[in-house]
Design a protein around this ligand. Structure first.
Ligand SMILES: NC(=O)c1ccc[n+]([C@@H]2O[C@H](COP(=O)([O-])OP(=O)(O)OC[C@H]3O[C@@H](n4cnc5c(N)ncnc54)[C@H](O)[C@@H]3O)[C@@H](O)[C@H]2O)c1
Length: 427
């Protein structure tokens, strides 16, 4: 009996373009391709029902194809209403027989509907990005927990939520924190978000960054990358933080550090990357300069209090694709003029650009592929906690990446090993 392929996408006719772009991305993903080769032979995930919630990009497509090659039966949904590449969704359905529920610009209701449709599939593995699927399962489908082998989580925000579930005693399955692998956050969050966030700002505005004052809110992995790359493009970068260690690091990295209250008055461009709520709030929007540009590259749009901005504005209108101008009402704000919000406050690197370059997603998704295999291989043996992949898998990914780049590194000699394991030899 042939299985019906269910999907909800924008336009299946876009499949050829999507396939072309998926193939292009694959050229920069040698580690994932190597894993795909092995998975094709060994079929480690044969017959596993999986829901993948991810940004539907060319890189995700390469991961989905890899997982399918390993034998999974997968459903893919978008992890954000604005991040789907419609041509990629079409190619996955038409050329790879993968059920996709994702449309760029889908409403929050449609996004939520897709999460439930995915859960109807009764997944054994959930690959999540932000933990919406897992949170919905726990809240609405507790009877499905027994089917679950485990979950893998892509991003910082999702891991914060999973740890809160663990603390509340509701995490009844193992969760692999993919973001916490060194080969994920050191490269994806830092260099991937750094480059693609600026790419998103530039595509949405075509603005010259040199000479502009750019405020980075949050100096974690994403913030470090964004600040570093903005500096490279000539921006005068200000960092705001709540953590004294990160703030000190930013200062010694050469950035101005101050409170968001102060920065709000002088910034030309603002980027939030904290994973926190309302880090730019009403009182900050009230004092921003006329024409200030505001965007978010953290996981959820709630980093910006856009309701407050809308409430203090007399009108809002689209001025370019992914750029909306809010005209502040002079009676409700200290400074007059407009504020431009990019990408509806959603991840700007995926809203107006294409997300991270394939070369970094190669490592992130190698982690996802190996994490899925690890969960299946160690079924019923892992604790119901948030845990990282074993360090040797992380190192294996780094070694494969170096090999693909043609880079060789040194090896410890016996003498070095002996020295590193001794305490009695000093000067
Ligand atoms: N755009 C992307 O493609 C992408 C990629 C990876 C991660 N993310 C998301 O970006 C966000 C940040 O991720 P990360 O890995 O950098 O996290 P992180 O934990 O390394 O850094 C977050 C930083 O924000 C700081 N912070 C928290 N509240 C703050 C506030 N009110 N003001 C200033 N600073 C504050 C924290 O002290 C911390 O240093 C998360 O939501 C994550 O899921 C986005």
């Amino acid at each position: 009996m042939t299985k019906t392929l269910n999907y909800e996408i924008t336009n299946i006719e876009l499949a050829e373009l999507g396939q072309q772009r998926i193939d292009w991305a694959a050229k920069e993903m040698p580690v994932l391709l190597k894993i795909r080769e092995r998975f094709t032979k060994e079929q480690p995930l044969a017959g596993i029902r999986m829901v993948a919630c991810a940004h539907v990009t060319t890189e995700t497509a390469n991961l989905a194809i890899t997982l399918k090659a390993a034998g999974v039966d997968a459903v893919l949904i978008a992890s954000n209403p604005l991040s789907t590449q419609d041509d990629v969704a079409a190619a996955l359905v038409k050329h790879h027989g993968i059920s996709v529920y994702a449309m760029k610009g889908e409403s929050t209701d449609t996004y939520n509907k897709h999460v439930r449709l995915a859960l109807d599939f009764k997944p054994q593995i959930i690959m999540d990005d932000g933990s919406d699927v897992v949170a919905t399962l726990l809240q609405e489908r507790p009877d499905q927990i027994q089917d679950l082998i485990g979950t893998t989580e892509e991003t910082t925000t999702g891991i914060v939520r999973l740890k809160a579930m663990e603390k509340d005693g509701v995490l009844k399955f193992p969760a692999i924190a993919v973001n916490d692998s060194a080969t994920k956050h050191l490269f994806d969050n830092r260099y991937g978000t750094g480059q693609s966030t600026l790419d998103g700002i530039i595509r949405a505005t075509n603005i010259l960054l040199a000479s502009k004052t750019l405020v980075v809110v949050g100096y974690g992995w994403c913030g470090r990358g964004t600040a570093m790359r903005a500096k490279g493009l000539g921006a005068d970068v200000i960092v705001t933080e709540i953590d004294p260690i990160k703030a000190l690091e930013a200062k010694l990295d050469g950035f101005r550090v101050m409170t968001i209250e102060e920065a709000a008055k002088i910034g030309d461009i603002f980027v939030t990357v904290t994973g926190n709520r309302h880090v730019i709030d009403r009182k900050h929007f009230e004092v921003m300069k006329d024409g200030a540009i505001v965007c978010n590259s953290g996981h959820f749009d709630l980093e910006l209090n856009l309701d407050a901005l809308a409430e203090m504005s007399s009108s809002r209108s689209s001025v370019r694709p992914f750029a909306e101008e809010f005209k502040r009402n002079p009676s409700k704000t200290q400074v007059q003029g407009s504020i431009v919000v990019l990408g509806e406050g959603r991840l700007i690197n995926l809203a107006s650009a294409e997300g991270h370059p394939s070369a970094v997603m190669d490592m992130s998704f190698a982690n996802q592929a190996l994490a899925t295999e690890y969960l299946v291989k160690n079924r019923n043996q892992l604790s119901n906690t948030v845990q990282t992949l074993p360090e040797e898998l992380d190192r294996e990914i780094a070694a494969l990446k170096l090999e693909a780049m043609g880079i060789q590194i040194d090896k410890l000699t016996d003498e070095m090993i002996k020295y590193m394991n001794s305490w009695n030899v000093g000067t």
